[in-house]
Design a protein around this ligand. Sequence first.
Ligand code: SAM
Ligand code: SF4
Length: 448
Amino acid sequence: MSSATKSGATTPIPLSRKPAEHAAFGPPDGTRTACIRTFGCQMNVHDSDRIRRMIQDAGYAEVQRYEDADLVILNTCYVRENAVDRVRGHLGELTRLRREGRVKRVALTGCIGAAEESASLQKTYNIDLVLGTHNTYELAEFVGLPTMRETYTPELPGTEGEHSAFVTIMTGCNYQCSYCIVPRVRGRMVCRPIGSVVGEVERLVAGGTNYVTLLGQTVDAWRHEGKRFCDLLEAVSEKAPRVWFTTSHPSNMEDRTLRAIGEKDTIVKRLHLPVQSGSDRMLKLMHRGYKAERYRRKIEVFREAAPEGTLSTDIIVGHPGETEEDHEQTLKLVADCAFDSAYIFKFSPRRGTEAADLPATVPDAVVGRRFLEVLRQVEQNAFARNQRKVGGIEEIYIRHGSTEDGRAIGETWSGHAVHVRTDAAPGSYVEAEIESAGPHVLYAGDAR
Ligand code: SAM
Ligand code: SF4
């Protein structure tokens, strides 16, 4: 069993947007329809944007319900077993819809597609096409386009014309964390040249994008021809009106980058820095490459550089070998760092990773208790920190327009998620007073 809880008030990752217009092949003919479902992280959301572009080029109209789709594409995550369980559930439903003649073809892409398990899934559910993360371009032929090996590259933008956009700056990962399947399904790190990244950012901004999120599994490990991540971040922050980046690795995070977050007006003062554990013994077993003290020091630099900023992390509870003493050290680190939010995961064994074969597994009941203790600690800190924002006037970037209750969801420059009463369009800014706060979100009054 594995599960994750996001606790705290930093803004949600931008979700997949509506499909972008694409002129090259004209409007879809309306006779073929496709539905894309995305599971997992922002990298997968961004990959789905590219897949969307491909099916639009092939003349498919995108639909939201399986029953309206000729073709269903499941773009999947393999990081924890519950992600695979969810996909199995969807495949079961699709089998039924196919039997009823409503869905004609099913394709599975993404991280499950790159794992050995995909062969048995393909057989069990009679999936028409299975693709990993490195050959997604083969979907082109499947949907009736000429091969896209050359054009369907990580550099193909998928989000032009939207108010916010993801920009992939690196793919893969060179670490070998004991528990993690990512290096197996995404391969080793490949960094994109700085000119290519900045060029895409310029095009996006010229097309109306106000918010750029730089993406990578270890985004701060980016380096290319003598340039390091901070050089790239600074270059992008000169071109885009609002910039964020994720996910960072503590071993690659330079003090220079932490200071740049504080200094550059266009960078959102929000840091996501996964720690995984507060115990040096566990960090060593996990092969994380840093000690808790080094992590704490990074946080001190960040808090000094951006005192109003928000800090989030990832924590795994119940990794094999985790003792009560290790868990206590995690609780202490959580208290010391006063995270504004955290993704807390119960350890999920992944076949092919080192931790899957380690002895000393932690009983489910103990994992459950530790999970709740970490969650409570994070929420207490987050609530106390959010209370300090009440009464202040904030400039808020609107991410999602208002729903029936008249509230939109926005983000402050400090990276806090805010519900605000306004009908302002996504991508615009409003000012409002923070009237109250919970552990996960701030609530503002009417926008001025
Ligand atoms: N590259 C990032 C880093 O190094 O922190 C994280 C990428 S991973 C896709 C996102 C998070 O999933 C990790 O930070 C970790 O907390 C969690 N995770 C990865 N494998 C896991 C596993 N086998 N069981 C539970 N959580 C896991
Ligand atoms: Fe997985 Fe570790 Fe790489 Fe992050 S750094 S993607 S947790 S192997």
